[in-house]
Design a protein around this ligand. Structure first.
Ligand code: PMP
Length: 407
């Protein structure tokens, strides 16, 4: 990928082309949410301008069009994840709701007192709290797999924690706070050997490379559209068909029933059983537009470009000094999490913002991990493929200024 290639791709994202606080925007908060290409914005506008209608039940042309676009989007997602069937793709509001869905349905049905759920010590709160709530209800136990100082998972410890008490292993594919890429293939194999199911939180993975759920053999895979260049308020839960079929419904309401009477209500088939109420039609269509757009790009080459951005950040950090990197795993996505000497991350973030540089600061919804490092939080620059080497240089010029001011 040449710089010219990246600049061409970058031009597809209107939000990147603006001044913030008098400087050209450098957007390095992609872990929080990604910017949207014009084609996604156009797909949303087109839907609302011409096809807006409720799906599935309408006896008119607009409803047919909306239904076709909405169900077509499901097929796009199925192909994107290489799921066997489109019925295995359940629309949710995002990663958080996908995990809560599994906890509330599969979890309540399959866990009892004495059972164990394993997560990692680097989870986002959305892959901790739903399991804690489930454990309170069922008497099961939540156990964190330890994280080593460099941000890698302690796989030896994981091996010793596995037993037939473990019913679920729920792990983050890529840590949002550290960038660590976890060895989910190995984790899934090891968990399956003791009969446990595996949920992977893919919120931070899908924006970097294509995930193949069949090749992984994963039982549940969750992610959010807004971190994948799509709209907010739409997400996906992939689940293996037999598991989803055996699970009770999540919420009750319209669309999820086969027949409703006061005597007995029966439930709809997959995936509608889990989709009560009017869904986020525009969101699904917008997310499919994002995936169609990604399919026009060379994602392997773009992932290499992202690696080169991280490499550059590491080099410039060496030159700048006074940087403590948090998370130095051998396999990392393009997340640069750090502390600038003893400066508070929030102060560093404010000084960068004044220079038009957007980063995230704080605990990144991973408080247990921050506690492990005994820090209140970090400054996190998370790169996407539309970032340039120039963006990385601007970050470090900004940090140089912050350093003069704060240290
Ligand atoms: N898991 C991870 C690893 C995340 O980074 C995030 C978002 N920061 C979530 C889960 C939650 O995603 P959402 O808020 O879109 O539901």
């Amino acid at each position: 990928m040449t710089n010219a290639d990246i600049l061409r791709i970058r031009a597809d994202f209107p939000a990147l082309n603006q001044d913030v606080n008098g400087k050209p925007l450098v957007y390095l908060d992609n872990g929080a949410t990604t910017q949207k290409p014009q084609v996604v914005i156009d797909a949303l506008a087109h839907y609302y301008a011409y096809d807006n209608s409720n799906v599935h039940r309408g006896a008119h042309t607009l409803s047919d069009r909306a239904t076709q676009a909405f169900e077509g989007a499901r097929v796009t997602l199925q192909q994107f994840l290489n799921a066997k069937k489109s019925e295995e793709i359940v629309w949710t509001r995002g990663t958080t709701e996908s995990i809560n869905l599994v906890a509330s349905t599969w979890g309540r049905q399959n866990l009892t007192a004495g059972d164990e759920i394993l997560v990692t010590g680097m989870e986002h709160h959305s892959n901790i709290v739903p399991w804690q709530m489930l454990c309170e209800q069922t008497g099961s136990k939540l156990r964190p797999i330890p994280v080593k100082e460099n941000g890698e998972l302690d796989m030896d410890a994981f091996a010793t924690m596995l037993s037939d008490k473990v019913k679920l292993v729920s792990v983050v594919h890529v840590s949002n706070a550290l960038g660590t890429i976890n060895p989910v293939e190995t984790i899934i194999k090891m968990a399956h050997e003791v009969g446990a199911k595996v949920l992977v939180d893919g919120a931070q993975a899908v924006s970097h490379w294509n995930v193949d759920v069949q090749a992984l053999g994963v039982d549940f895979y969750a992610f959010s559209g807004h971190k994948l260049f799509g709209p907010t308020g739409i997400g996906v839960l992939y689940g293996k068909e037999d598991l989803l079929n055996a699970m009770p419904p999540y919420q009750g309401g319209g669309e999820m029933i086969a027949h409703c009477s006061f005597e007995k209500t029966t439930y709809n088939v997959l995936p509608y059983k889990f989709e009560a109420g009017t869904p986020n039609i525009a969101g699904a269509i917008g997310l499919a537009a994002a995936i169609d757009y990604l399919n026009t790009l060379d994602r392997v080459a773009l992932a290499k470009h992202e690696d080169s951005l991280l490499l550059k950040a590491n080099e410039l950090a060496e030159q700048l000094g006074d940087i403590r990197r948090i998370g130095t795993a051998a396999k990392k996505a393009s997340v640069f999490s750090f502390l600038l000497a003893n400066a508070h991350p929030g102060d560093v973030g404010t000084l960068l913002d004044q220079q038009g540089i957007a980063v995230r600061t704080g605990h990144h919804c991973a408080m247990p991990l921050m506690d492990q490092y005994a820090i209140p939080g970090t400054v996190r620059a998370s790169f996407s493929f539309y970032n340039t080497l120039d963006d990385v240089e601007r970050l470090f010029t900004g940090l140089e200024k912050a350093k003069m001011f704060l240290l």
